[in-house]
Design a binder for this molecule. Structure first.
Ligand code: PAF
Length: 277
């Protein structure tokens, strides 16, 4: 497996590829969720490229950019074991040279959920992913359903900007007790790790109420909040929205996205399930 540390090295690697390239963009601190994306790409493409770049443009001023875990050696081992041919590891000056002034934004979808509590976050994501797509020129790019809003935003961006690739959203990978895998789980101490389970438990409670026939969104939402609120330090949101365009719904009729974000200690965690899928 090659480690490509410059844009030139990536371009040269890309021109040598004759078959399809699958692409898995990441910010490192890789876990089995990322490995599942790389493994799927390895099955569906001739070569798989992973990028590891902690993108400053998607962090707010009071967020965890400085303490975001950086575990490059272990990440490279995981990428090789999962079947990647190359890993692109640019630095910030390469991706955002002085005077950088070009931004990509998807409107509407990015005003909700994480976009509301993290202003500018999705502008950072769509800009860096556009740059990475331009460099990698993949046939397919793989993202996790855990970041459901990100996957919707990037799918929309690729479609509306006629990017010649398929955005593929892969299932959330969970720990044996149900916690969604996340690079941020490593911030949690033992008590916080236990309380973090309230996110998935709240979603499971909503799924159970849905399975029992409840369709009224305020009732479903309250069912989740009753489980979540006593355990976490702050609920950022728990919302049930139309799964296609994230518009508000009063009753679940088609497919709905049930998404939660909450702070456990100072760590902000997210999770979601689809209802009626
Ligand atoms: O999901 C992530 O890790 C990041 O948002 C991404 C897509 C790599 C862009 O920096």
């Amino acid at each position: 497996m090659l480690t490509l540390t410059s844009i030139d090295a990536l371009r040269q690697w890309r021109t040598r590829q004759t078959g399809s390239v699958g692409f898995v963009p990441t910010m490192g601190a890789l876990h089995d969720g990322h490995a599942s994306l790389i493994r799927r790409s390895a099955v569906e493409n001739t070569a798989t490229l992973v990028s590891i770049f902690v993108n400053p443009a998607q962090f707010g001023p009071n967020e965890d950019l400085d303490k975001y875990p950086r575990t490059l050696e272990a990440d490279l081992r995981l990428c090789a074991a999962a079947g990647a041919q190359a890993v692109f590891t640019p630095d910030t000056a390469m991706m955002y040279p002085p005077g950088f002034a070009t931004w990509v934004t998807v409107e509407g979808l990015t005003d909700k959920l994480c976009g509301r509590s993290r202003p500018g976050h999705f502008r950072g994501v769509t800009t860096v992913v556009t740059k990475l797509f331009n460099l990698a020129q993949p046939a397919r790019a793989y993202f996790g359903q855990k970041d459901a809003q990100q996957a919707l935003v990037l799918t929309r961006m690729a479609r509306e900007l006629n990017m010649p690739l398929e955005v593929i959203t892969c299932p959330t990978v969970r720990e044996p007790d149900g916690l969604a895998m996340s690079s941020r789980n490593r911030y949690l101490d033992a008590d916080q790790r236990r309380r973090a389970l309230a996110l998935v438990r709240s979603l499971r409670a909503i799924e159970a109420a849905f399975a029992a026939g409840t369709r009224d969104v305020p009732t479903l939402r309250q069912t989740g909040l009753d489980v979540l609120t006593p355990e976490v330090d702050r609920v950022d949101y728990l919302e049930i929205l139309d799964a296609g365009d994230l518009s508000e719904i009063a009753v679940v009729q088609g497919k709905a996205l049930c998404a939660v974000a909450a702070f456990v200690g100072t760590t902000r965690l997210i999770d979601n399930v689809l209802l009626g899928a």
